[in-house]
Design a binder for this molecule. Sequence first.
Ligand SMILES: [Ca+2]
Ligand SMILES: [Ca+2]
Ligand SMILES: [Ca+2]
Length: 308
Amino acid sequence: MSKIKLTTIIGVTAVALSACGSGSSGTPVEKDDRQTNSGKTYPHWVPYLTEYYGAEGELTSCIRGDIDSEGYLLSTMSSNPPTDAEQPLLCSDSDQNTNFSEYTFNNDRSEFETNGLSTYDPNTSCQKVTLSSKNMPSRIETFTSGSGNYSCSVQDGFLFSVQETMLENELYDTLTILYAGAGLDNEWGTDDDVIQARYDSTWTSDKLIKQTVNRLGAGTDSIWGTSDDYISSVVDMVFKEDMIPDYSITTYLGLDGVIDTDDDLITTYTVFTYENGAIKNHTAYGSPGIDGNWETTSDNYKLYTVFY
Ligand SMILES: [Ca+2]
Ligand SMILES: [Ca+2]
Ligand SMILES: [Ca+2]
């Protein structure tokens, strides 16, 4: 995205946010002491509640997080679309189709494992996550339980994918590669591992804007990270200050697959709202609504909202 284009978007959004003022969409959420994000961990992945919406604005699924007094996740419970369409989705333990994950950290909090238990998925997943000294995930191993098994543990599961992230100063992601297979040698961590996706991020020197290029294919040269890669989207993330997010814009590059051409199309607009200096929620929108204006969010198609 060119500087001019980005500047325009920043200007427009600044107006939109000031027009919104302190008012924000989203339902007030009651929290108890154990469910308040302390802010000690990177806010993006310690949500108290995530709600996903369908085309009619109806709630389609949700994830609830339980966080300890130090701000670390104890567990998450996701409620998924019910099999029985007559069953209401209540975002409670009594929902028909749920996945429960328990989080276990090691002593110095440098890694954690999840244990998964699903009420409906006979091939559920769990993870082992390695964190940087600033609590950013640097390596995520995802395991599956194997078919016919509704519970997953790292010890008994099958390694399914490995995601590795390079961080600058332990905090700013610059390159993430997702490996989806061990390759012909059947051994993870060797040269023939199968890459599924690659995310290249560049930061401005003040660390207030991050642009991420999402690559889903190596292109005709079969080499990842070159100019013929298939780029699915580009995300521009704008921060208020160091790692305090403001908003982000996801752009589809159109049929030409090239950044910054006429057929570029904004697909997602995400706005963060704050209360008393802390993130209150963020909402992702998937269309500008009938008025064709992304800034007027009341008519926009809402994809999900994350509460902190
Ligand atoms: Ca291999
Ligand atoms: Ca390539
Ligand atoms: Ca609108």
